[in-house]
Design a protein around this ligand. Structure first.
Ligand code: SF4
Length: 158
């Protein structure tokens, strides 16, 4: 796959790809990139940089983060997905929105901590992977579910 195909593939998969300040390549949401994506971006870095520099429509979010505080398209999409996911877990809509807002900031800060609410093993009030998480029991309270942490059992919900 050449750089144009890679760019189309990433955009089609919901990523925003743009030139970063300082001359790099910005892909958002970076947390959703697979190892294969990262390798392909590294392999085509020079070609991607020149393509992005000559493709003015490549970044429809040019007025959004990181150029301003406004959420860009990828952030908005992820925000909506998270609000839905958290409300399905029994979180009130306003609290789900506040949590999703916190996670936008977390992602922008490239903070690698995650919350149980984002984990594939989380069910309301309990963890389905508590042994890998090194917990003594499967109960997970509301406060813990929203706490940012580095859990060895974490698996991102798809
Ligand atoms: S595996 Fe870890 S992050 Fe996932 S629900 Fe259990 S305690 Fe939370």
């Amino acid at each position: 796959m050449g750089a144009p195909d890679l760019l189309r593939h990433l955009c089609g998969a919901g990523f925003t790809v743009a030139l970063a300040e300082g001359g790099g390549i910005r892909v958002a949401p970076s947390a959703s990139l697979t190892d294969a994506h990262r390798q392909a971006i590294r392999d085509h870095r020079a070609e991607l940089l020149s393509l992005l520099a000559t493709w003015p429509d490549a970044d429809p979010d040019r007025w959004c983060w990181p150029h301003s505080e406004a959420m860009n398209g990828a952030e908005l999409e992820l925000y909506a997905k998270r609000v839905q996911q958290f409300t399905r877990c029994g979180i009130r809509a306003d609290a789900a929105e506040a949590m999703a807002d916190r996670l936008v900031i977390r992602d922008r800060d490239q903070d690698d901590r995650r919350a149980c609410l984002e984990c594939a093993s989380y069910r309301p009030g309990r963890c389905g992977n508590y042994r890998a998480a090194r917990l003594g029991a499967n109960e997970v309270g509301r406060e813990m579910a929203a706490m940012l942490q580095r859990c060895p059992g974490f698996q991102l919900t798809r």
